[in-house]
Write a protein that binds this ligand. Sequence first.
Ligand SMILES: [Mg+2]
Length: 369
Amino acid sequence: MARRGSGGLVRLLVTLAMLLAAVAEEATVAPAEIGVEHAPAAPAQSASEEAPALASETEAEQHNQPPPQHLLPRPLIIELPSEAAAAAREAAAGEGQDEAPADAVAATLELEVQVDLVPAAPAQDAFENAAAEQYQHLPRPLVFEPAVDDVPADVRCASWRLAAEANNLAPWKAVPAGCAAHVRDYIAGAAYRSDLDLVARESTTYARAAPLRGDGRDAWVFDIDETLLSNLPYYAEHGYGLELFDHQKFDRWVERGEALAIPSSLKLYNEVRELGFKTFLLTGRSEGHLDITAENLKKQGFHDWDKLILREACDCKKTATVYKSEKRKAMEEEGYRILGNSGDQWSDLLGWSMSARSFKLPNPMYYIP
Ligand SMILES: [Mg+2]
């Protein structure tokens, strides 16, 4: 009796132990399930659809895993490297800290602010306030300082010219004195003509493939000076951009009506017209030069343009970027689609109501904002 009684007690104890183990196991699973409920919402599924996904323990474990790293929210701020932040992080690593110390965080915050201050893409509103005007005239070093002494002067000047063409120097006022000969040789030699030819060829290739609708609303915008007409005879007498631009002297040159056609541009102009584009000539010349400009153009072979737009008195204080953007916007409001735009200045091409495709002709002699 006593042996049977002790056996029953053992079975009772074993049963209790098994029950306790089951309760303990259930208690350890519960937090994970709570965690799943707070995980990012999965695509909605009905209970009947969800059940097969948990058919096996392996699948259930996979379901409870956090979402893949690439699906997690990520910081939207680009964290730029800085010496202060790097030093602070190195110090934190040396001290075995898991989190960056306060000074590292402060450095990162400072960088976030800097990133926020990077000017946004140009928009019409941006150009219409004073702050945006300032954006066009950010301070820049006016002195041409060679960075590497053992680089030949001509190579340094080629770097300067490339930076000018790429709009990395803007705004700049004159060709650096040390590069006057380089610019003269470039302009007067074969390289400038070759560059012009290449731009015209690429423009022609694009124009031939452009999606014209043929409804009389496909338009191509051309600048005039150093785009259709060349003022090289004038600039040859004024240092090829070495001298600061003198409006009065240049106006007297314009009034002679002796600017020369750029042959590759004349060819492009005629081809674009034959393809069916409307041709709009948009120039920074003042309206007082309308007649002499039209006469000069015709004398050099440019005919049958659809619009010749010059600066009116109300445009005189606007930057070229603003003035030309406003005129392009007016074209769009008339129903035209600007598919191509050719100009030797970035201000011919940038701003708003920009062309579907813009072509920058070379001009290292002067910069117009
Ligand atoms: Mg021009």
